[in-house]
Design a protein around this ligand. Structure first.
Ligand SMILES: [Zn+2]
Length: 273
């Protein structure tokens, strides 16, 4: 079994937005990761999708066009899902399962390119999103037009997965694949239903803490400005960040979606900096 992270795009942001003590004049080049777990029984299991060309093409609301213009992600051709899967000797058709940690555009924009995959997520989160107004979604960076029409029919609800203890300080989680290889751990606050994924079979154990912070170096600091702007619940987001810091301090390894620092799980891509 192997875990990889690919980079779908780069986004530039002033350092101060992602580090509480950072400079307004220095720029950070953030990554937009998604994960690929090579599972012996299920084949390639995707963890979110990163950004994709769907952000810039097809039927898009004014809100999505404005979002794409503001964040201005530079897509990585070599990090596109089909290219990454091909490099690992798979095709898009081989993807039977995809875990969606939350529904921000940079995590779901390629969902419609994976029409056969079962979507493992919180059903309640999804029904909330599909039931609320366009404005309520827009102010949280969620764009339902990026979701496939049959998204609800393809959901495997995390609430129905077996409760399982996650390692070190993480407490109870949910066993997503039924074999203890991927444990979902709630990390509320960043977005409605936001959770991370723990891989207990890795040594040291790894937590993909997704968007709990932008940089690992500031996990135990107050949320930076971008974290506050994006947060669904700032207090909960800060508690989740401290929970991840405790896990790291207890010996766990942490990977974040947007951290500019490369990890040993990142697939090499030509544009890496
Ligand atoms: Zn997010």
């Amino acid at each position: 079994m192997k875990l990889h992270f690919a980079n779908s795009a780069f986004i530039k942001a002033p350092e101060r937005l992602v580090e509480p003590d950072g400079s307004w004049f220095q720029t950070r080049q953030l990554r937009v990761r998604y994960g690929i777990l090579e599972h012996p029984g299920f084949g390639p299991v995707l963890i979110d999708t990163g950004y994709s060309s769907h952000l810039f093409t097809g039927a898009r609301s004014f809100g999505l066009r404005a979002y794409a213009a503001v964040f201005d992600p530079v897509l990585e051709q070599e990090g596109e899902i089909a290219a990454v899967l091909q490099r690992l000797d798979y095709s898009v058709e081989d993807v039977r399962k995809i875990v969606v940690t939350h529904f921000h555009a940079d995590h779901v924009s390629a969902l419609s390119s994976l029409p056969k995959a079962q979507i493992i997520t919180h059903r309640k989160t999804l029904t909330t999103i599909l039931g609320q107004s366009g404005f309520a979604n827009l102010r949280h960076g969620i764009f339902p037009e990026l979701l496939p029409d049959d998204v609800l029919r393809r959901v495997t609800d995390i609430a129905e997965c077996r409760v399982s203890d996650a390692p070190l300080t993480l407490g109870a989680g949910r066993d997503l694949l039924g074999d203890g290889t991927v444990i979902a751990v709630d990390l509320p606050g960043h977005a409605v239903g936001h959770f991370g994924l723990c891989f207990p079979w890795l040594d040291p154990v790894l937590l993909y803490a997704c968007d709990v912070q932008w940089m690992r170096t500031v996990l135990d600091k107050p949320l930076p400005l971008l974290g506050r702007i994006a947060a669904h619940d700032t207090g909960a987001a800060e508690r989740s960040s401290r929970k991840v810091a405790e896990f790291r301090n207890a010996g766990g390894r942490v990977v974040l979606c947007h951290d500019p620092a490369l990890t040993s799980f990142d697939l090499e891509q030509p544009a890496d900096v």
